[in-house]
Design a protein around this ligand. Structure first.
Ligand code: DSN
Length: 414
């Protein structure tokens, strides 16, 4: 950051500290990743300077020839990755994307159905205090207590009872495959629109490591910065018959000018996802998650649903007698970053829940494999056993740093 170091030492120092944190720590938050240098460069490019309300070929400002070009490229590449009919690449992030779908396809007061937040859903899937919960009748389905998995009979029963206009599948803390076809069949029975929120698993779907909802679902939303490894942002994909309503909902319904720098960086990330090596990346994320899960189980950790088939896992720490918040803070001190998380049927509060959530997309980007996952599982166990011993946590942090030195983070040279 040549210019910044000369013009603003204060921000530059903070940025350097953050680079150090990222380079020498283990990033296990399953919704985080490391964008490539090319994506970072494009995000910070002169496309930042442009305004372009509207869509390619139909804008409200002049000077759009290159913005149009890059937005069309992003759309074409997204279509190629996911095989969808229509794409809108302008949503600022996941919550605005989901909101745009509701705004475009529903009337206030309609009934929607999604997985409850404390069972692995998302705020925008109907949490009572969110925009979704305040604007619609929200019916929440749950995972099964015994298995930690979604039971499609339960989903069907609720759908038949409440006749939702929209059914949402796709989650933030669910480690098992999703029965897209089953959801579609239920939706057809009650005449509901299907919305898949694939924010967490988009990269796995792009890399053929998770089944795609595309053959079944009407509308699909995703962020672009999680397993898909692009810039922070989102997109909406849908069947052609919903295209106009979705586009109008995004602009001018909810947003003004799209962030053209982000759109350009999305095009770059989608180009990367189309390369054959992205398939290896997606497959390795899952292999790493399974390796980490197995070792953690051997160390006595209880995983919700007993394991993982995707990039993440949810651990219920009740048997270890450590609340999720204490675990997160101790692991932070050891250079291991993850997040406290409610577990289904949690008896504790969301700010001080019983669980932690962790995943492997970021570590896999660094080139780590099963061998490193085994080491990391050991450090997690060791840290939580010694969570009150700061000296011990500092020792783990040093070991973590040594490992990290062998696995550079894209875009960070220190
Ligand atoms: N904040 C994201 C996550 O961590 O899963 C969801 O939007």
């Amino acid at each position: 950051m040549n210019a910044l170091s000369k013009t603003d030492k204060e921000v530059n120092n903070i940025l350097n500290k953050e680079m150090e944190r990222q380079a020498y720590g283990l990033e296990l938050i399953p919704s985080e990743n490391y964008a490539s240098e090319a994506v970072l460069e494009t995000t910070g490019s002169v496309f930042t300077n442009k305004y372009s309300e509207g869509y390619p070929g139909k804008r409200y400002y002049g000077g759009q020839e290159y913005v149009d070009m890059v937005e069309r490229l992003a759309i074409d590449r997204a279509k190629k990755i996911f095989g969808v009919e229509h794409v809108n690449v302008q949503p600022y992030s996941g919550s605005p994307a989901n909101t745009a779908v509701y705004f475009g396809l529903l009337e206030y007061g309609d009934t929607i159905m999604g997985l409850k937040l404390d069972h692995g859903g998302h705020i925008t899937h109907g949490l009572p205090i969110s925009f979704s919960g305040k604007s619609f009748e929200c019916i929440g389905y749950e995972v099964e207590k015994e298995t930690g998995r979604i039971n499609m009979d339960h989903v069907r029963e609720l759908a038949l009872k409440h006749k939702p206009k929209l059914i949402i599948a796709g989650y933030t803390a669910y480690s098992r495959p999703i029965d897209w076809k089953g959801f579609k069949e239920i939706a057809d029975e009650v005449g509901a629109i299907t919305m898949a929120d694939i924010a967490h698993i988009a990269g796995l779907i792009a890399g053929d490591a998770h089944e795609s909802p595309v053959p079944y679902f009407d509308v699909i939303t995703t962020t672009t910065h999680k397993t898909l490894r692009g810039p922070r942002g989102a997109m909406i994909m849908c069947k052609e018959k919903f295209a106009k309503d979705i586009d109008r909902a995004v602009f001018p319904g909810l947003q003004g000018g799209p962030h053209d720098n982000t759109t350009a960086a999305k095009a770059v990330a989608f180009g990367e996802a189309l390369k054959p090596e992205f398939k290896n990346y997606a497959a390795q994320i899952v292999k790493n998650a399974k390796a980490l899960a197995e070792k953690l189980k051997e160390a006595g950790f209880e995983l919700v649903s007993g394991g993982t088939d995707n990039h993440l896992m949810l651990i219920d720490l009740t048997n270890k007698n450590i609340p999720g918040k204490v675990a997160q803070e101790a692991l932070d001190k050891a250079g291991i970053t993850l997040n406290k998380n409610t577990v289904p049927f949690d008896r504790r509060s969301p700010f001080d829940p019983s669980g932690i959530r962790l995943g492997t997309p970021a570590l896999t980007t660094r080139g780590m494999k099963e061998e490193e996952m085994h080491k990391i599982a050991g450090w997690i166990a060791e840290t939580l056993e010694n969570h009150t011993n700061d000296e011990h946590l500092a020792k783990v942090k040093n070991e973590v740093k040594e490992l990290c030195k062998g696995f550079p983070v894209p875009g960070i040279k220190i």
